[in-house]
Write a protein that binds this ligand. Structure first.
Ligand SMILES: Nc1ncnc2c1ncn2[C@@H]1O[C@H](COP(=O)(O)OP(=O)(O)OP(=O)(O)O)[C@@H](O)[C@H]1O
Ligand SMILES: [Mg+2]
Length: 245
């Protein structure tokens, strides 16, 4: 069970307003994406949810309990994944579960395999490409004990085919585990393909300009990309985003 409520969140840096009274909810087991212009404050929002920053105004509730400014309540993968350079890949992905005292190495190996990282369990981060490191950070988030996951552009460094594969993989994992996911992306197709709902942010100071509930059935597969309904949504959201720059 994991429901996040953001109420009236505002944040400024040096008197410059970045987030302006944002309110939204991510329900238990829901997949919600945030689309918005570069610099609109998406990563800042994640830092606030994760407790790395304090909002100037507003509160975050996780399952009705206040978590504003608290760390460790949610699992979070930053935009530039920070792996511990002195730990092997396997030891990096179990970090979150280690803190809670429940390490499952066979599950970790299995997830790494599904992410195309078999054979790299005992390698160190410097031996991996940027895209591979991103996948490691992503596996780490999925293995963490928290039921609420924030992912900040986890697939942005991947080529088109790996990206499609990882999206499919994420959906299959999510459908098995039903964790709640808040996902940041610049890619409209990715947001449409993965999400139950999409929140569109304006440029800064960011407000939520639109919120869409998507009608596509699950489980989804890549044939969806070619349907008329998908293309219609893509065009519509493209126009809204253009207007919000
Ligand atoms: N710690 C900080 N101190 C001062 N300004 C900051 C800080 N962090 C972010 N900002 C500013 O806040 C604004 C929003 O940054 P943020 O990284 O949240 O944007 P974003 O929406 O994630 O962008 P992108 O899509 O490019 O990742 C930017 O103008 C940035 O310069
Ligand atoms: Mg960002």
């Amino acid at each position: 069970m994991s429901e996040l409520v953001a109420k009236n969140i505002s944040k400024s840096f040096n008197d410059k307003k970045i987030l302006d009274h944002l309110s939204f909810t991510v329900k238990d087991g829901e997949f919600v994406s945030i689309l918005g212009p570069s610099g609109s404050g998406k990563s800042t929002l994640f830092h606030l949810i994760g407790g790395m920053l304090q909002p100037d105004d507003g509160t975050f509730l996780l399952d009705q309990e206040e978590i504003t400014g608290k760390r460790g309540a949610i699992s979070y993968t930053p935009q530039s994944p920070s792996l511990l350079p002195w730990r092997t890949i396997l030891k990096n992905v179990v970090l979150g579960s280690e803190i809670s005292g429940q390490v499952d190495y066979s599950k970790a190996r299995n997830m790494l395999k599904k992410a195309g990282l078999e054979g790299y369990e005992h390698a160190y981060p410097y031996q991996l490409s940027g895209g591979m490191r991103q996948r490691v950070a992503f596996v780490r988030a999925l293995l963490s004990p928290q039921d609420f996951i924030c992912l900040d552009e986890p697939f942005s460094a991947l080529d088109e085919f790996t990206r499609l594969e990882m999206q499919q993989w994420l959906l299959s994992i999510w459908e098995e585990n039903k964790k709640s996911i808040l996902f940041v992306t610049h890619n409209i197709e990715e947001a449409l393909y993965l999400s139950d709902r999409i929140l569109v942010l304006s440029k800064k100071p960011a407000t939520i300009v639109e919120e869409y509930t998507l009608p596509f059935d699950r489980p989804r597969d890549q044939n969806l990309f070619l349907t008329d309904e998908f293309l219609k949504w893509k065009r519509m959201i493209y126009q809204v985003l253009q207007g919000s720059f």
